[in-house]
Design a binder for this molecule. Structure first.
Ligand SMILES: Nc1ncnc2c1ncn2[C@@H]1O[C@H](COP(=O)(O)OP(=O)(O)OP(=O)(O)O)[C@@H](O)[C@H]1O
Ligand SMILES: [Mg+2]
Length: 308
């Protein structure tokens, strides 16, 4: 097992991993929308896609972006044996205040390398992150589900962990499994890794019995794993619209304002109005992400002040 380098405790202090073994828990959606909300508050954000699915592309509506290399630049930086190798290529300005390092199918080479035990990706990743993290207020890492080597690698380089979880029993298992991984990573690679907490994702307005039981479960677990105050409510129509159009919730909420003004003008002029409109629930969703961003900023900055 590698020994923790003392300097590793003080690098990448602005790096937040979003991880949960469970698929569909909201990792990618929260990564993109949290980036949007942090940028709207004036923070400079780097989004790093560590998933083979490369879902950040769809979330930001940049499927055809010329900078999309499916993760090739990131992978070659990590797998380089030369410590002075160039950092991964950053695609700048995918949104005001947001830069991107793409993921995609090339990430597979990291998995193969880890499985064959050919290269120490876990320790190397922290070095690669340190080459780029300094230029940002926050670096958000979107992790793949059910991929222990990549999860370990990501956590070994991160200062913070957010675990998105849906309020249903299928997500409990993911939560139960991530605790030991955090413990392992802290012990062998990265003692600075800390929980920001669990974010409840897809919280229905009228909690069913099973939702209440799930929330009780999380409450009981909160002695060991903090649960953030902010939640992301269940808004499937708004979320689907956002996903299909490649716009963040905040952007759609802004577009809805314009759309509403257009509808009012059309009605006043006796013109026909478009009935396929952005659902009003998008405003709630946008607010949820802004509140989450506030909480993240408060918690990370409080920790920084405490560390002085
Ligand atoms: N507020 C919401 N309410 C309900 N469903 C939502 C909401 N926001 C997003 N979704 C839906 O949740 C699904 C899963 O989200 P997402 O892809 O972010 O999860 P993930 O954890 O990244 O999944 P994977 O592990 O496969 O990478 C998406 O299909 C998305 O449309
Ligand atoms: Mg995802």
């Amino acid at each position: 097992m590698p020994v923790v380098e003392p300097d590793q405790r003080h690098r990448n202090t602005n790096v937040i991993a979003l991880a949960n073994n469970k698929g569909g828990a909201g990792k990618s959606t929260i990564t993109a929308n949290l980036a949007g909300a942090l940028a709207a508050k004036g923070h400079k954000v780097l989004v790093m896609d560590i998933d083979l699915s490369g879902d950040m592309r769809a979330a930001f509506g940049i499927n055809d972006h010329p900078g999309n290399d499916e993760g090739e630049s990131l992978v070659s930086s990590i797998l380089s044996r030369d410590a002075a190798a160039p950092p991964p290529r950053i695609v700048t300005g995918i949104r005001p205040g947001i830069d991107w390092i793409p993921g995609g199918m090339q990430i597979w080479y990291l998995v193969v390398s880890a499985i064959r035990d050919e290269f120490p990706i876990t320790t190397r990743f922290a070095d690669v992150l340190a080459q780029v993290s300094g230029g940002y207020d926050y670096v958000l890492l979107d992790c793949p589900p059910s991929n222990p080597p990549l999860q370990e690698m990501v956590l070994a380089g991160s200062r913070w962990l957010i675990v998105p979880a849906r309020p249903d029993p299928t997500n409990w298992d993911g939560l139960r499994k991530i605790g030991p991984v955090v413990k392992h990573v802290r012990q062998y690679y990265n003692p600075a890794l800390s929980w920001l907490g669990v974010v409840i994702f897809g919280l229905p307005a009228n909690a069913s019995r099973i939702t209440r039981i799930s929330l009780d479960y999380l409450g009981a677990a909160s002695g060991t794993v903090p649960v953030l105050d902010s939640t992301i409510r269940y808004q499937s129509a708004a979320a689907l619209g956002s996903q299909m159009s490649g716009r963040l919730a905040l952007e759609m909420a802004t577009d809805r304002k314009t759309e509403t003004a257009q509808v009012i003008t059309a009605l006043r002029n006796g013109q026909e109005v478009n009935t396929d409109r952005i659902p009003s629930s998008i405003d709630n969703l946008a607010n949820d992400y802004m509140r989450l961003a506030d909480e993240i900023v408060t918690r990370t900055q409080t920790a920084k002040v405490g560390a002085r």
